[in-house]
Ligand binder design. Structure first.
Ligand code: SAH
Length: 351
């Protein structure tokens, strides 16, 4: 498998042109071709010497993704893309149009090893990590396909597709550094959200970067006992530790944390769960870490036994949280008609 150029930081570009005995300014040019001008063919890097381009082509490819399939929702506000990778593996990402700007939900791994019992991504376990370039290419390729030369662009990136981003921490951070680089795509870090099932060492490491990135914690249960049943990762990462890491994240970045709570019928949607969840959120607030709760109606996955909570149940749940003054929203459904639940399209296409 050839390495992909889009995984290279500007420093990496300087290092490889040095190894090719080229002048340092070639490194700057190379980085700009990849991330600012965003050509999709090494031959189009026309101000680089022909010999250098030939050498690059021997060792690298530019775009590690191949567009395989696209589903568009009836209202055209959501599009799901399936891409294949150099080794034949598949990943998916979802484009969504919001009032605040267009968003892309990207994958960070092929498969996942976290084992959440309602999620399609984890059914076959983890195959491999994505490279920074494979994560970035989801953004670049969807932008090229969607906006062409029109100049439109994605303003929000949500690392909430397939995979656990903190299980691929180094590549996640390289991706963030490259996509926010002023000399490249120059995306605002404020437009990035990272969602985790609760690997506290990842939360703490990202907190130390002090970047204004939004952290979303997939909570899904108000206590360890219930959480362990649907999210096995809880056994080795108890809530007390995860929530401590969230407090640290808020104190170091000043970014309010989001708790995601997928509403699963008869499992975590009882009024008593809402009461417990409210108590937990208030405890966080009192210790100086406000949270926002996002209720997500479960997207039932064919291979899984769980169903979605009824609309009424979700509204009652929300009202209980609101009674305590907690900031809560119900996630607007965008992609269920297009298999947009994490890992669903890939599962359908490749079995
Ligand atoms: N591993 C990360 C990010 C990927 S999953 C994490 O756990 O946060 C993105 C979000 O979708 C998580 O909150 C996850 O728990 C949730 N999710 C997965 N399958 C779902 C389903 N079928 N319906 C609703 N939400 C789901």
């Amino acid at each position: 498998m050839k390495r992909d150029l889009r995984s290279l930081s500007e420093d990496d570009c300087f290092a490889i042109v040095k190894a090719m005995n080229e002048k340092p300014f070639r490194g700057k040019q190379l980085f700009e071709w990849i991330h600012r001008k965003r050509v999709c063919d090494i031959d189009r890097m026309t101000n680089l010497p022909l010999e250098m381009r030939e050498k690059l082509k021997e060792e690298y490819i530019l775009d590690p993704l191949r567009h395989q399939y696209k589903q568009v929702s009836d209202d055209r506000n959501a599009e799901k893309y399936l891409f294949s990778l150099q080794d034949g593996e598949c990943i998916e990402c979802v484009w969504m149009r919001y009032k605040a700007g267009d968003s892309l939900c990207v994958s960070s791994q092929v498969g996942c090893r976290m084992g959440c019992s309602f999620c399609a991504s984890t059914i076959d376990g983890l195959t491999r990590n994505l490279t920074p370039g494979e994560i970035i290419s989801q953004v670049y390729d969807v932008e090229a396909e969607h906006y062409g030369e029109s100049g439109g662009h994605i303003s929000h990136i949500i690392v909430m597709g397939m995979g656990e981003p903190f299980d691929n921490y180094d590549n996640l951070l390289s991706f963030i550094r490259i996509i926010t680089s002023e000399k490249g795509r120059n995306l605002s870090a404020r437009g990035i959200s990272v969602s985790t099932c609760g690997l506290e060492y990842g939360i703490r490491k990202l907190a130390d970067e002090r970047l204004p990135i939004t952290l979303a914690l997939s909570l899904h249960a108000p206590d360890d006992e219930l959480r362990r049943k649907i999210m096995p990762i809880t056994a080795s990462h108890p809530l007390s530790e995860v929530l401590d890491a969230c407090r640290e994240y808020f104190s170091k970045t000043g970014r309010r944390i989001t708790w995601e709570y997928s509403m699963i019928q008869g499992v975590n949607d009882h009024a008593s769960h809402a009461e417990k969840l409210a108590a937990l959120a208030l405890k966080m607030r009192d210790s100086g870490c406000p949270v926002h709760i996002n209720l997500i109606p479960l997207n039932p996955v064919k291979e899984r036994i769980y169903g979605r909570s009824g609309e009424k149940t979700i509204v009652i749940f929300k009202k209980i949280l609101e009674k305590y003054g907690i900031n809560v929203t119900i996630r607007r459904e965008m992609g269920s008609g297009i298999d947009a639940a994490c890992g669903q399209l890939r599962k359908k296409m490749i079995g």
